[in-house]
Design a binder for this molecule. Structure first.
Ligand code: NBX
Length: 801
C-alpha cells in the first residue's frame, strides 16, 4: 500500500491521542507498540475483508491447517514488511525521535508452541498468504504460552508466560462465530420416522468455543488470510443453570496452558480435551462457512482441504463424520468418501514416546459419540482389509488395539495423503514406524521436505546480509529465494567474501552486546560462534557438544600454548519441566560455563554461553551471528530439523550428522562446505538389529574420551553434584541410548578441522556463501507450493524459475 512518511506520522500521533488521551512523550515503548499495532491493523483492514470477498466470489477451495501449536513470533515487523510499509514507518518514527527496534522489541512474542512443529505451522501460514492460497490456520488461543525459562543456581526454573497481560493487538474476538463443543455424558441413537438414527445426548458438559482471528498478511500481494485460535468459555446457559467453581475451572483449564512437551505424548485427559476442543470447533466452523455457500455436502471434497499437523488434530476425522451423518444426514459411505478426500496428515516424528495413543476408557468417557464413530471406522477397516492382508497385520494397524485409540493409525486410515518432512524421515516411516500401514496404503505416502520463511529468517533477521545480497544480485531473491543461487558467481570475489565477514562481525557484535548485558559474559567477536539452539532432548545430543567443550577446556589447560581461534559455544534450549535427564544436562552446561568462563588460565579463548528462554525472538538474534550450526542428533531420530535451514541461510556452516534434512543440506551446499560426521541411520539400525553396541568399549579404547567422561564424576566441574554421575551412568552403565560415544571421535575430528579452517577467512566465507546460495531450496514457499500441488490441489502464485 502507499503511505507517505508525513501521513504515517499524523496517523500515528492521532492513534496515540485516541488510545491514551495523552501525547507521545507520555507513552512507553509498549504503549507505542500497541498504537502502531492498531494502525497496522487499520492499514490492513480493507485488504483482509477484500481477501475473504475475493475467495467467496471465486468460490476458491479453502485449505485449513489444523495445528495444536503455532509459533508466529513477533508480528509488527513482518506485517510492515509484507505490507510494504517498513521503511516508511521506520523513517516516520525516526523523525519523531523514536527508535523502531525498541518499539518492536516491546511486542510480546507469543509462545503458543514448543519448537519445530509449531514454528513450521507459522512459517506455512506466512507462505500460504504470500502464495495467494486461501489458507486458514486453526488452533488454540492458550491463555499462557510455553513457560519462560530462567536459571537459578544453574537449574531451569519455569515461570508462567502471561503473554496476554496487555491484550493482543492482532486478534479480533468473534463472539458471533462461537460454537458449542460437547464432552462427556451419555449418547444413544434414536430411530427417526424416516428410519434414520439421530443421537440423543444426555448430561453433557458443554463448552463454548470462541474464535479469535489474527490476520496473516501475504508478502506484497494484497492478501490477508486468517489464523483462527479458539478459546474455551462458559456457554451462555439458557436456563441460567448454576455452574460450580469446579465446572468453571474445568472449562477454563481447556485453553489455559500449552503442554510444554516436545516429542513426548503426556496421555493426560486434559490434553485429549484440548485436542477435541479445537478439532470440533474448527470443523464446525468450516462446515458452517461451507454451508452458507453450497447446497448439500456433495462438493465438499472439491471445496475444502483439511491438513492435520501431526496427530493432535486427528479427531477432525471422526468429528467431520459426525457432522456429515448426524447433522447433514449423509450415509456412512458418502461421509467416509468425503472425509478421506478432504483430510491429509503430516507426521513429524518417529520417536516411540511421541506417538499418541489414548486409553479407550478415557476416550469413551470423554467423547462417547466420537468413540462410536471410531469403533465403526475400526470395524469397517478390519472387515475390508482382513481378507487382503490377514488378521495379524490388520490387528497391528487398526485404529483400536491393546485397549488404546491409536491416533497415527486413525490419521492414516482417514486421510488420502500421509507425508514425512524429509526424505530420510519419509523412508523411515515407510520402513519402520508405519511399515504395516504402508503395505495397506502405499499410494498415500509421500515426502514434503520442510521449509522456512526466508522473509523472517533472512530479510528481517539479517538486514546487513540482505543488503549485501541486494548489492550483488537482483532483489528478486526476496520473492524467489531460489535466486540466491546466483550468488555463487561471487565465490572467488575476494572483496565480496570480505564483506561477508564484515556482515557476520556486525551480527556477532549485536549478539555479544546482548550476552554482555544479560549474562555479564564478554565474548570476542573474532571467535568461532558455535551455536546449538533447539529443545533439550537426549536424542538431539547437546551432551556430545558438552563433551567437546570439556575436551577443549582440558586441552587448553594442558597445553596453554596451543594456537587456535577463540571458541564461543552458544546454547539455547528449554527442557520439558518433567524431563529430569534434560534438566540435568542444563545444569551441567551451566556448571561447565561457570568453570570455563571464570578460569584465568583460559581467558577469552573459550567461552560457554547458555542463553536462557530461547524462542523465536532470540533465534532472530542468534542465528545471523552463527558460524557453526550444530545439528548433531543421532541419525534417524530428527525428522527434519528447521534451525539447520535457518542457520544455513544465514551463512553458518553445518556440523552435522546424516539425519533428517541435514542430508539434503549437505547435498545442496556440497559436502566440502559442511562438516558431516557420525553413524548413518543404517549403521544405527544395524546396531539395533545385532544388539551389539557396547559404549564401554569406546570409553576404554580412547584415553582422551576417558579423561573427558571422568571429568563428569571426579570433581573437575565443581558446580555439579548428582547430575555428573547420572549423565556418566547414562553413557556407561546404561549403554548410551543415543550413541554419543560412538560418534564422539568423528565429531571431535570435525571440530578440530573447523578450528583450522576458520583461520583462513577467505576459504571460510566461501563455505558460508555456498550455504547461503543453496538455502533457497529450503524456502517455505516452495514447500507449501508442493503441498498445494500434490496434496491440497489448490492454485498458487509461486514464481517458478
Ligand atoms: O517437527 C519436530 C521434529 O522434531 C523436527 O525434526 C521437525 O523439523 C519439526 C517440523 O517438522 N517435531 C516437533 O516439534 N514435535 C513433535 O514432533 C511432537 C510430536 C508429538 C507430541 C509432541 C510433539 N506429542
Amino acid at each position: 500500500m502507499k503511505l507517505t512518511t508525513a501521513q504515517f506520522k499524523t496517523d500515528f500521533l492521532n492513534e496515540i491521542k485516541t488510545l491514551y488521551a495523552t501525547d507521545l512523550n507520555d507513552t512507553s515503548a509498549l504503549g507505542q507498540f500497541i498504537a502502531l499495532g492498531h494502525l497496522v491493523r487499520r492499514y490492513d483492514g480493507s485488504q483482509w475483508t477484500k481477501t475473504s470477498e475475493k475467495y467467496r466470489k471465486k468460490d476458491r477451495k479453502q485449505v485449513y491447517y489444523f495445528s495444536i501449536e503455532f509459533l508466529p513470533g513477533r508480528l509488527l515487523k513482518s506485517n510492515l514488511l509484507n505490507l510494504g510499509l517498513l521503511d516508511t514507518v521506520r523513517a516516520g518514527l525516526k523523525e519523531l525521535e523514536l527508535d523502531f527496534e525498541t518499539i518492536s522489541a516491546a511486542e510480546p512474542d507469543p509462545g503458543l508452541g514448543n519448537g519445530g512443529l509449531g514454528r513450521l505451522a507459522a512459517c506455512y501460514m506466512d507462505s500460504m498468504a504470500s502464495l495467494g492460497i486461501a489458507g486458514n490456520g486453526n488452533g488454540i488461543r492458550y491463555r499462557y504460552g510455553l513457560f519462560k525459562q530462567v536459571f537459578m543456581d544453574g537449574y531451569q526454573v519455569e515461570l508462567p508466560d502471561d503473554w496476554l497481560r496487555n491484550g493482543n493487538v492482532w486478534e479480533i474476538r468473534r463472539e458471533n462465530k462461537a460454537c458449542l463443543v460437547r464432552f462427556g455424558g451419555n449418547v444413544w441413537m434414536q430411530p427417526q420416522a424416516d428410519g434414520q438414527l439421530q443421537p440423543v445426548y444426555e448430561q453433557t458438559d458443554d463448552v463454548l468455543a470462541v474464535p479469535y482471528d489474527v490476520g496473516m498478511i501475504g508478502y506484497r500481494n494484497d492478501v490477508t488470510n486468517t489464523l483462527r485460535l479458539w478459546s474455551a468459555e462458559l456457554p451462555p446457559s439458557a436456563d441460567n443453570a448454576y455452574y460450580s467453581q469446579e465446572q468453571r475451572d474445568r472449562i477454563d483449564d481447556i485453553t489455559k496452558v500449552l503442554y510444554p512437551d516436545d516429542s513426548n505424548s503426556e496421555g493426560q485427559a486434559l490434553r485429549l480435551r484440548q485436542e477435541y476442543f479445537f478439532s470440533s470447533a474448527g470443523v464446525q466452523s468450516i462446515i458452517r462457512h461451507y454451508g452458507l455457500r453450497h447446497q448439500g455436502m456433495r462438493e465438499l471434497g472439491k471445496k475444502i482441504a483439511i491438513h492435520i499437523n501431526d496427530t493432535h488434530p486427528t479427531l477432525v476425522i471422526p468429528e467431520l463424520m459426525r457432522l456429515l451423518m448426524d447433522d447433514h444426514h449423509c450415509s456412512w459411505d458418502v461421509a467416509w468418501a468425503l472425509t478421506t478426500q478432504v483430510m491429509s496428515y503430516t507426521n513429524h516424528t518417529i520417536l516411540q514416546e511421541a506417538l499418541e495413543t489414548w486409553p479407550i476408557d478415557m476416550f469413551k468417557g470423554l467423547l462417547p459419540r466420537i468413540y462410536q464413530i471410531v469403533v465403526e471406522i475400526d470395524r469397517r477397516y478390519r472387515a475390508a482389509k482382513t481378507p487382503i492382508f490377514g488378521e495379524d497385520l490388520v490387528n497391528r494397524t487398526a485404529p483400536l488395539g491393546n485397549g488404546q485409540v491409536r491416533m497415527a493409525y486413525l490419521a492414516v486410515i482417514g486421510s488420502h495423503s500421509v507425508n514425512g518432512v524429509a526424505p530420510l524421515h519419509t523412508e523411515l516411516l515407510k520402513n519402520d514406524v508405519l511399515r504395516d500401514l504402508y503395505q495397506v496404503y502405499p499410494e498415500r505416502f509421500n515426502n514434503k521436505t520442510n521449509g522456512i520463511a526466508t522473509r523472517r529468517w533472512v530479510q528481517l533477521a539479517n538486514e546487513p546480509l540482505s543488503q549485501l545480497i541486494d548489492s550483488k544480485i537482483s532483489p528478486e531473491w526476496r520473492q524467489q529465494p531460489s535466486q540466491l543461487k546466483t550468488l555463487m558467481a561471487y565465490q572467488k570475489d575476494a572483496k565480496f567474501l570480505k564483506q561477508l565477514t564484515t556482515v557476520k562481525q556486525t551480527n556477532k557484535q549485536a549478539l555479544a552486546a546482548y550476552i554482555k548485558q544479560n549474562l555479564g559474559i564478554e565474548v570476542r567477536t573474532d571467535a568461532i560462534f558455535d551455536v546449538q539452539i533447539k529443545r533439550l532432548h537426549a536424542y538431539k545430543r547437546q551432551l556430545l557438544h558438552v563433551l567437546e567443550i570439556i575436551r577443549e577446556y582440558l586441552d587448553l589447560k594442558a597445553h596453554p600454548a596451543t594456537k587456535a581461534p577463540a571458541h564461543v559455544h552458544i546454547f539455547g534450549a528449554k527442557a520439558a519441566p518433567s524431563y529430569h535427564y534434560a534438566k540435568a544436562i542444563i545444569k551441567l552446561i551451566n556448571a561447565l560455563a561457570d568453570l570455563v568462563n571464570h578460569d584465568p588460565d583460559i581467558g577469552d579463548r573459550l567461552k560457554v554461553v547458555f542463553i536462557p528462554n530461547y524462542g523465536v525472538s532470540l533465534g532472530e538474534l542468534i542465528i545471523p551471528a552463527a558460524d557453526i550450526s550444530e545439528q548433531i542428533s543421532t541419525a534417524s531420530k530428527e525428522a527434519s530439523g528447521t534451525s539447520n535451514m535457518k542457520l544455513m541461510a544465514n551463512g553458518a556452516v553445518s556440523l552435522a550428522t546424516l539425519d533428517g534434512a541435514n542430508i539434503d543440506i549437505i547435498q545442496a551446499a556440497g559436502e566440502a562446505n559442511e562438516y558431516p560426521f557420525g553413524l548413518t541411520a543404517k549403521a544405527v539400525y544395524g546396531y539395533y538389529e545385532r544388539g551389539d553396541y557396547r559404549s564401554v568399549d569406546f570409553y576404554q579404547a580412547d584415553p582422551e574420551l576417558k579423561r573427558v567422561l571422568d571429568a563428569l564424576v571426579d570433581g573437575t566441574i565443581p558446580g555439579i553434584t548428582t547430575e555428573g554421575r547420572e549423565i556418566y551412568d547414562s553413557l556407561l552403565r546404561y549403554n548410551d541410548e543415543f550413541f554419543v560415544l560412538a560418534d564422539y571421535e568423528s565429531y571431535v575430528q570435525q571440530q578440530r578441522q573447523i578450528s583450522q579452517d576458520f583461520q583462513d577467512q577467505t576459504k571460510w566465507q566461501q563455505k558460508a556463501l555456498a550455504n547461503i546460495a543453496a538455502a533457497g531450496i529450503f524456502s517455505a514457499d516452495l514447500a507449501v507450493a508442493r503441498y498445494a500441488d500434490d496434496i491440497w490441489q489448490v492454485p498458487h502464485t509461486l514464481l517458478q524459475d
